[in-house]
Write a protein that binds this ligand. Structure first.
Ligand SMILES: Nc1ncnc2c1ncn2[C@@H]1O[C@H](COP(=O)(O)OP(=O)(O)OP(=O)(O)O)[C@@H](O)[C@H]1O
Length: 628
């Protein structure tokens, strides 16, 4: 089997080119110098110029008049129909069943064996029948899990007119280009088929309708290009699974003879046909030449109906096999050489093959719905995270307030204890008032709530991450799944709108956090303020104590010179600070703007609830001792 056909999705694939040399007929062998084309080693064609045989120097003649062509496959007169089918087309059938498109077309001069390869006879059928027979075998083998719909259409292009071979009354049919750049034949009948016997009947009927005429070159020459299209649509039968619908099309084309019109010695109508056939084959040749040159952006498929119909097979999402045909007879040297050169050129054509690219309106709607559902879920979960954050921030604020109440109480208790010491010296601890006991209970509750919300946040954040991943995976499939710019643009806009929604939500969350930070700073500042007042009080009292000692008898308790200097600096700082605070209190606006700057030394962890731990109940406020 040709390894070249085993398609990996989205990969560049070269056109597979096979060359078939039919057996020489007795009348051909009698008429000239015999055989000029031989297939060697299954891949090489040795082609000789018959005139070389007249040269005396046999070796020199051989070198200059013998040409070798290498193809994917080279078949000779002994190769069976089955072998040709297995090597060129069998894998295409497998790929069509996987949802790819595939084309096999027969090219060559009149009488070179195209129809024999494509259609064959009842006793020895050709590719069309064998491919359909294999396709139905696959359908039967997989019918438990998959439901299939196989439809066929068969048309011919004759004198640049398209006719339906399955409906002889259809007349000429129009070819239209859809929004995705594919060509469709309007009004072409599609027949549902379920087994190979029906296919055989339909093909025989179609071939009878085909324009055939005896010419000087062939007894039953096909004067038209015939195209058989087999569409396979499949969907999973299994319940509770996502319905996956795949469609693949197999195009099988039997082209009209490619020889020059003059060779058939035709005049009048026959000549006109020849001219048309050659015009479309010339257009096909031009397309093949253009496609074979790497980097060519524009290929003109518009010149003929045939090239318009073959646009997708040759340039688009399709695996394509060309089977070129030649006669081995010396009398057909010119046509055979032309065919060999065409086929050689066609080897360079590459197609990009994918079974994902084509997207029906139904699939498009599903993808759009999936994206919306995924985004909405993402927004919902993000909202939940925001609500949790909000709750955590409220708890942090609450914690801050309660901490102030407790600190206030510790300060007050220290004062009360020292006053009591003076009076009674019994060392009994001050009883906590009701609001302080309540504050301890509340702070305990706040801490347990913080832990609860933190673990909830962790879970919800994980859920949010998986939602984001799902949405972006869907978004990533877009370029592969759509082939229309319009579809892509629409889905891009949809994605952008939702991204903006998410961004808006993030900004709201940011705003809430900022407001909370401001509140936290207020609380922190209030705590600093209390601490400062306490320090002031301590320093002032110590100063008074030292002053009183200074006046007393104990000269050893005199403060050092250094300490006295520090007191002076402190009182200057104190006066300056008081005047700034007075100024700020008179001007609310400026006070607010001052809060906007983070107080020096305030770190994120100071604002975070995670790091706040319950203070030990009986631990009074610790101040650094002033060392003398
Ligand atoms: N490989 C082959 N083995 C045996 N007979 C062949 C083979 N190829 C072609 N023939 C015979 O040669 C004759 C011409 O072949 P065929 O009609 O297939 O040519 P064609 O290329 O389709 O010609 P046209 O373009 O005129 O339709 C037929 O009688 C056919 O049976």
């Amino acid at each position: 089997m040709a390894g070249k056909h085993k398609s990996t999705d989205g990969q560049q694939q070269q056109l597979t080119v096979a060359l078939r040399i039919r057996p020489i007929f007795a009348n051909e062998a009698n008429r000239g110098p015999g055989v000029v084309a031989r297939a060697v080693a299954g891949k090489i064609v040795i082609f000789q110029n018959p005139q070389a045989r007249n040269t005396a120097d046999v070796l020199r003649a051989k070198r200059s008049h013998e040409k070798r062509f290498v193809f994917d496959w080279a078949f000779d007169g002994k190769t069976t129909q089955e072998e040709v089918y297995i090597k060129t087309t069998k894998q295409l059938v497998d790929n069509v069943m996987k949802g790819y498109n595939a084309t096999v077309f027969a090219y060559g001069a009149t009488g070179a064996g195209k129809t024999h390869t494509m259609v064959g006879t009842d006793q020895d059928p050709g590719i069309m029948v064998r491919a359909l027979s294999d396709l139905f075998k696959e359908v039967r083998n997989n019918s438990d899990a998959t439901s299939y719909e196989v439809k066929m259409s068969y048309l011919e292009v004759y004198n640049e007119n398209i006719r339906d071979l399955l409906n002889s009354h259809s007349g000429q049919l129009d070819l239209r280009e859809d929004s995705q750049g594919n060509h469709q034949v309007i009004g072409l009948s599609e027949v549902s088929v379920s087994n190979e016997y029906e296919v055989m009947k339909i093909l025989t009927k179609g071939n009878k309708n085909r324009t055939q005429e005896a010419t000087g070159a062939n007894q039953t020459s096909s004067r038209s290009h015939a195209m058989l299209q087999v569409h396979v649509k499949q969907s999973d039968r299994l319940r509770n699974t996502v319905q996956k619908v795949r469609t693949g099309t197999l195009y099988m084309v039997d082209l009209a003879g490619s020889e020059r019109a003059s060779h058939t010695r035709n005049t009048g109508q026959r000549f006109k046909e020849g001219a048309h056939i050659n015009m479309s084959l010339l257009a096909l040749g031009n397309c093949i030449n253009a496609l074979a040159v790497r980097g060519v952006k524009y290929v003109n498929f518009r010149d003929s109906k045939l090239t318009r119909l073959l646009k997708e097979p040759l340039s688009g999402n399709c695996q394509t096999v060309m089977i070129a045909h030649i006669s081995p007879a010396a009398i057909h040297f010119d046509e055979s050489r032309n065919t060999l050169l065409y086929a050689d050129r066609a080897k360079n054509i590459t197609n990009k093959v994918s079974n994902e690219k084509k997207m029906s309106d139904e699939d498009m709607k599903k993808l759009r719905d999936d994206i919306i559902v995924s985004f909405n879920r993402q927004m919902e979960v993000r909202k939940k995270v925001m609500e949790i954050d909000n709750k955590l921030l409220e708890l942090t604020t609450e914690f801050g307030k309660l901490a102030i109440t407790l600190n206030d109480w510790e300060t007050e208790k220290a004062k009360l204890d020292s006053e009591k010491d003076k009076e009674t010296s019994d060392g009994e601890e001050e009883e906590e008032p009701q609001h302080v006991r309540q504050a301890w209970d509340d702070i305990e509750f706040v801490i347990s709530e913080q832990h609860r919300y933190l673990s909830l946040r962790e879970e919800t954040e994980k859920e949010y991450d998986s939602c984001c991943e799902k949405t972006y995976k869907l978004a990533e499939t877009l370029p592969q799944k759509t082939n229309s710019e319009e579809q892509k643009e629409l889905l891009d806009i949809l994605m952008r709108v939702h991204e903006l929604e998410i961004e808006k939500m993030e900004m709201q969350a940011d705003q809430i956090l900022r407001e909370h930070e401001l509140r936290q700073r207020d609380i922190l500042l209030a705590r600093f303020d209390k601490q400062r007042q306490l320090c002031d009080e301590i320093i002032t009292k110590q100063r008074a104590m030292i002053d009183s000692m200074d006046n007393g008898d104990d000269k050893n308790m005199k403060p050092s010179r250094e300490l006295l200097e520090l007191y002076q600096i402190y009182s200057r700082e104190f006066d300056g600070r008081e005047s700034v605070i007075n100024q700020l209190n008179n001007n609310d606006h400026r006070t607010n703007s001052l809060w906007k700057a983070r107080p020096p030394g305030t770190t994120d962890s100071m604002l975070s609830v995670k790091n706040v731990e319950r203070r030990p109940r009986r631990n009074s406020l610790q101040l650094p001792p002033i060392s003398r």
